[in-house]
Design a protein around this ligand. Structure first.
Ligand code: FPP
Length: 246
């Protein structure tokens, strides 16, 4: 297994968890079985990130576009999420994990919404790690929502149009106050962003894994982190400038 150095870890790791359906299909299982196995990967990866000290982990669990899936599958996803929240609460409390959501969670079934709000309230004092679940999330809607907030503030006279800058914009995103992702992993061999964190990933390193999400466990995460540590992040500068700054 590739072993990453534990000193150069991403401050924020984001993951597009893809391939549950294909994992199941290859095993003649239902798509829902694939999501169930995917939920096990969520447990493992959260635990692992907490153990090695990644401060923010963001998981793309349900996009706005995912509502178009068969109702049975959508309902099964909510049930899995509810079960996950119930079974992991003690672990979150014991390990200092704060649950947060990105997306319009008021549009979720009320049973799941209530559970999310309760879990967020109970874990709100935790400081070791933030677990962001993107639920009913769309990067474009998030950007439009921020633009609307800023427009409303200008109309109300609380701010001037010339005060709208990148920092002000970022304060109106679901990730307000958080570092942008350093690394974005997408599993299952697909090479798309799928409307995820469009603003936040401007300078994020991408890691595309061929492995389906249910098979993405600790060894695959370590490989991705080791790969990330070999990258040179220049943020528009040239290598020589980075050496001087170090
Ligand atoms: C993408 O695979 C996966 C999803 C849309 C749902 C992700 C959900 C989980 C991992 C389980 C529950 C979540 C939590 C937080 C406990 P896909 O269905 O699009 O796979 P396919 O492209 O192979 O069909």
């Amino acid at each position: 297994m590739a072993t990453p150095t534990l000193t150069k870890l991403p401050r924020h790791l984001a993951i597009i968890m893809d391939g549950n359906g294909r994992w199941a299909q290859e095993r003649n299982l239902s798509r829902i079985e694939g999501h169930r196995a995917g939920a096990e990967s969520v447990r493992t990866i959260v635990r692992c990130c907490r153990r090695i000290g990644i401060p923010i982990l963001t998981l793309y669990a349900f996009s706005k576009e995912n509502w178009q899936r068969p109702k049975r599958e959508v309902n099964a996803l909510w049930r899995l999420l509810a079960r996950y929240l119930q079974s992991e609460l003690n672990e979150m409390l014991g390990n200092g994990i704060r649950l947060n959501t990105l997306g319009d969670i008021n549009e979720l079934p009320s049973s799941v919404g209530d559970l999310l709000y309760k879990t967020m309230a109970k874990t709100s004092g935790n400081r070791e790690m933030i677990l962001n679940l993107a639920l009913n999330y769309s990067g474009r809607s998030e950007i439009v929502r921020a633009a609307r907030h800023l427009a409303e503030a200008c109309v109300a006279g609380a701010m001037r149009p010339e005060d709208v800058d990148e920092a002000a914009f970022a304060r109106h995103l679901f990730t307000a106050g958080m570092a942008d992702p350093d690394l974005l992993i997408r599993t299952s061999g697909e090479e798309r962003i799928s409307n995820f964190l469009l603003w936040q990933i401007a300078y994020t390193e991408l890691y595309l894994s061929p492995v389906y999400w249910p098979d993405f466990r600790e060894p695959q995460l370590m490989e991705a982190l080791a790969d990330y540590q070999r990258r040179e992040r220049r943020f528009g500068k040239i290598s020589e400038q980075l050496v001087k700054e170090a």
